[in-house]
Design a protein around this ligand. Sequence first.
Ligand code: ADP
Length: 313
Amino acid sequence: MSRENQQDKFKVISFDKEQNRMVELEQTRETFADVGGLEEVKKRIKMDFIMPIQSPEIFQAFGKELGGGLLFYGPPGCGKTFLARAVAGEINARFLHLDLQNILSRWSGEAEKNLHEFFEDARKRTPCVLFIDELDALGGNRQKMSAHHDRMLVNQLLVELDGSVSENEGIYVIGATNTPWYLDPALRRPGRFDSLMFLPPPQFEERKAILTLKTNGKPQQDLQLDLVAKYTDHFSGADLEYLVKDAVNLAISRSFETGEIQPLTNEDLMKAMEKRQPTTLEWFATAKSYAQFSDKNHEYQDVLDYIYQYNLK
Ligand code: ADP
């Protein structure tokens, strides 16, 4: 493959509401090697999603159905988007990001039209990972849409997902939601979003990897990221990103005061850490009641395991 083609494969494409068309964002080259930790999840994705794409004949020989999409869920900021991009990197596919909030419209039929156009565009750009973020927007956003419009949009999504086999060939769908228990059951049927995966807040090693990633290349002095990672239980990836931003701001103000570049220090990180609380705990408080009382199929056991492991309220 020529260098140009190779680069083209990694384009990130997203639906821009203002321009009402697909736009190219930036290039992505992440693979699983860039995702800190989450070993069990990566293993399952390889088995359920990547291997059937790479060696369909093995799965067919054993009579296993091919197709079907992954559904990532968990507290916000814990790597759903990041992991979906890494899946695209693993299978050498383009990454198309659709934030459902962006295609909603108060005009009847408009959202369905936007969704259809997005899928049509994806069909021209295969192989691609089509990442549908904020699936909770279907059904959750009553201010913007009536219940009737909601239903129509779900139906349109089902039509697009089920498209005749040839039509969707080379499109690999990954969905993400913070609230899987609100999803329309029709979306969870076999061949649709049938493989549910919990992405918990990063553990110690993952937090260290994220902190390293976020402080890389910045002027710094003997940072002890182990220490920060140790005291940031339940912090999401996004929380850690903000923590580093706050700390960097402290180093920047010091640099302004002294007129010279002052490196980021442990003290900056500690001060920033004291001011931030993990945002994931609120999510667990809500998730707990669903996992305990409404989980007929025992789908949310991973959530309960996390809650019991850390003795969360
Ligand atoms: P979500 O889609 O779940 O809301 P994101 O995928 O946008 O969250 O992740 C938020 C931030 O945290 C991103 O900047 C991402 O780089 C980082 N991040 C989250 N999990 C990991 C991880 N396991 N390894 C490296 N970075 C991570």
